[in-house]
Design a protein around this ligand. Structure first.
Ligand code: GDP
Ligand code: MG
Length: 439
């Protein structure tokens, strides 16, 4: 997917605005890329239409190139498609919360039971597991072992009892024990069949569950849309859990769930360990699907932080090599507002070569500089040349700020280097070339 989308973006390099015409090709690539990621065709169609409608004619923000603007729009629509914000689990107002898990065989239901108990225990809730997969003794043993691992009681009956009956008894037991959350495991089949659906309906009737979560393997691909639709129509789900996201699937299934069922993905499994379950973040998933590194976060942060006039003025000065100590201060404050410098630098693709130690060093020297700049007169801040020419001025600043003359000289030299470096940095924010950070 990554390759496809990158090709789409590259086509926009050099364009000034997004138009109906110049997004045709990139949108075609996006469409193909989504299909390759196993998103179902109707979902792709609606998605591409929504993005095209949105992208054209939007005022571009200074410093953000059209290709980045399109990334942002695609990202925003992907997030919307997956439900926008995190969808929390719902808990019963009184009595135990009952979570019923459903899904095909091998998708990770039994594992999810224990992971979920582990997850909820950390939030201070007492849990109980109910072994509702009665067709293989091994399935019951598996749940018992996992229950022991996370130190949660498991309610079992032998293989001769009907799942709905086990569910009912398990729930009664949980009520007696004042358990907060009851998680019910069920049997899956390799394919959807009537017997499985009938059984699930019966179990659901017996429990009146708070949540019915469909467990979906992230590798499911194209069939995810049909699968989710069927389960939702037949038994009615309240949400989904996407498992095996640690594999190399691009997550096409994630895109279809909400779109076809109206129900959100609530949690994701990212591995076989008990701690590998976490809330589903639509924005992160969109990032994964886009495979664009964190270009987006960087664009967004730049927008938030650099108020347009500031950016415009700064850019003008940088272009004319007028960057002075006032701008320098403003710039360091901007960087501070953008979070630690290491995070900002980490967001720029291709900048991975900078070590954390180098970043810490840079942050330290920024602090040091601020003290010296504060000791300058307004005139000196505006005309660094004055300091370059006058040792007496440098001496005074050194004394006032408690630094050595050598440190002041270094700072002045650095400002002139900084003019070059800032120019390069602005180049990055415009989506241009990535500078090698001199040191
Ligand atoms: P069930 O048939 O739906 O109950 O599936 P299981 O819970 O028995 O899981 C089937 C297999 O998938 C097991 O080997 C699990 O360890 C594995 N599995 C479950 N969830 C994940 C996950 O998030 N990542 C990975 N890599 N494996 C998983
Ligand atoms: Mg199972």
């Amino acid at each position: 997917l990554t390759g496809g989308l990158e090709a789409a973006w590259n086509k926009l390099k050099g364009e000034e605005v997004l138009t109906k015409e110049n997004i045709v090709e990139p949108m075609r690539d996006i469409r193909r890329a989504l299909l390759e990621a196993d998103v179902s065709l109707p979902v792709v169609r609606r998605f591409v239409q929504a993005v095209s409608d949105q992208a054209v004619g939007v005022g571009l923000i200074r410093g953000v190139k059209p290709d980045q603007q399109l990334v942002k729009t695609v990202h925003g629509e992907l997030v919307k498609l997956m439900g926008g914000d995190v969808s929390e689990l719902v808990f019963a107002k009184s009595g135990p919360t009952v979570i019923l898990l459903a899904g095909l065989q091998g998708v990770g239901k039994t594992t999810v039971c224990a992971k979920l108990a582990f997850y909820l225990k950390k939030q201070g809730k007492s849990c109980m597991l109910v072994a509702g997969d009665v067709y293989r003794p091994a399935a019951i043993d598996q749940l018992v072992i996992l229950g022991e691992q996370v130190d949660v009681p498991v309610y079992t009956e032998g293989t001769g009892v009907k799942p709905a009956e086990i569910a009912r008894k398990g729930l009664a037991e949980a009520k007696r024990k004042n358990i907060d959350v009851v998680i019910v495991d069920t049997a899956g089949r390799l394919q959807i069949d009537k017997a499985m659906m009938d059984e699930l309906k019966e179990v659901k009737r017996a429990l009146n569950p708070t949540e019915v979560l469909l467990v979906v393997d992230a590798m499911t691909g194209q069939e995810a849309a049909a699968l989710v639709t069927t389960f939702n129509l037949e038994i009615g789900i309240t949400g989904a859990i996407l498992t095996k996201l640690d594999g190399d699937s691009r997550g096409g299934a994630a895109l279809s769930v909400k779109e076809v069922s109206g129900k959100p993905i609530k949690l994701v499994g990212r591995g076989e360990r008990m701690e590998d379950l976490e809330p589903f973040y639509p924005d992160r998933m969109a990032g994964r699907i886009l495979g664009m590194g964190d270009v987006l976060s960087f664009v967004e942060k730049a927008q938030e932080v650099m108020r347009q006039e500031d950016a415009e003025e700064l850019q003008k000065k940088i272009m004319s090599a007028q960057f002075d100590f006032n701008d320098f201060l403003k710039q360091t404050q901007t960087v501070a507002r953008m979070g630690s410098m290491s995070r900002v630098i980490g967001m720029i693709p291709g900048m991975g070569k900078i070590t954390p130690a180098q970043v810490r060093e840079a942050e330290k020297s920024l602090k040091l500089m601020e003290g010296m700049i504060e000791a300058m007169t307004p005139e000196e801040r505006e005309k660094p040349e004055l300091l370059a020419e006058s040792p007496a001025r440098r001496k005074r600043i050194a004394q006032d700020s408690g630094k050595t003359e050598q440190q002041v000289s270094q700072l002045v030299a650095q400002l002139f280097q900084m003019r070059v470096r800032m120019k390069n940095l602005m180049g990055v924010m415009e989506g241009g070339s990535i500078p090698a950070l001199s040191n």
